[in-house]
Design a protein around this ligand. Sequence first.
Ligand code: NAD
Ligand code: WQD
Length: 347
Amino acid sequence: MKNKILVTGGAGYIGSHTCIALHEAGYEIVVYDNLSNSSREAINRVSTIIGQPLAFIEGDIRDAESLRQVFADHAFFGVIHFAGLKAVGESVAKPLLYYNNNVSGTITLLEVMMEHNVKNLIFSSSATVYGDPNTLPIDETAPRSCTNPYGQSKLAVEHILEDLSVTDKSWNLISLRYFNPVGAHPSGQIGEDPNDMPNNLMPYISQVAVGKLEKLSIFGNDYPTVDGTGVRDFIHVTDLAAGHVAALDYLKQLALCNNDAIGFLPINLGTGKGSSVLELVNAFADVTDQTVPYQFTDRRVGDIASCYASADKAKTLFGWQAKLSIIDMCKDTWRWQSMNPNGYRAP
Ligand code: NAD
Ligand code: WQD
């Protein structure tokens, strides 16, 4: 059976870690990325870690001709589709860019997949599609709503995938809803490398600890949570990567048994456990023996108090569950940050 996977956005943070996990699980990989938020150095480092050159094609998912060539050159079992823009604030400033890149780009990819009869897709969705949840933990049946163009773009793609699965029963469309990915590969060679000022909590903490930023602002200490700060389901990026392999193995098994296609299948990838912002900051300081100066400021517009997953469906269907702790997440983030204070850029 075909074993080759197209990984769009495979040079990015989650994609690069997933490439390693896929390689270790015996999959052949072709990465397709326009490097709009990543660098060739990530590809080089993954190649070093896996001990062979990672097949890489520089290209844009909105470029149908380029994609057609890739599908003509390779016989894929399926596609893991990470390519997308992900900065919530930027999406508010540039909604058309986000809809064009994330929604139109995905439509183009699906069209080319259909032309080549490749109908196994794993899509990078997000817990952001749950908006402000009514109940915790959040399971996959929870109502969906979004308040910013980034989230809307993820929700729009989910609706497109659902519609497609109704019309054509031969698609397997898994939508993995990630909670809050953090951490880095234990080698310290790859990790999250924000282009600019970090938007997310963990890279901000680690850049404060390494001395690149002066102080963390904790957005709000008056939420109805354990200590007043926001609660999130932080998940180690290597656990997340393993979740993709588990999803792919599940699709392989279906194909081997000639089972009917599954249509649209949403799955949470989280640990099932919430930790507060302050708990994460304190754990990071403890584990790394660094000081992380912080101040409390106003709540960030659009933030919610608490968000954590029910991770039961992934366990039942894929036999997957997150293994790594907050301590592992902090240790591995710090190893990456302290070994690469400038990320993939030369010092
Ligand atoms: P990332 O920015 O590190 O990786 C995305 C990759 O896609 C980058 O390498 C970028 O160059 C590439 N890309 C973007 N637009 C492209 C296009 N038009 N054509 C080809 N390549 C393109 O982000 P990440 O954190 O690795 O996230 C991967 C996916 O997971 C994204 O779709 C993101 O929305 C989703 N997601 C991320 C998080 C998170 O917190 N990191 C949470 C939930 C969902
Ligand atoms: C986590 C907590 C902040 C920065 C975002 C996207 C979501 C998904 C994951 C892609 C919150 C607090 C943060 C800081 C802080 N991405 N915080 N100071 O907002 O849960 O989710 O990333 O799909 O769509 O919205 O993650 O890391 O930004 O924030 O106090 O400098 O940390 O208020 O409580 P968030 P985050």
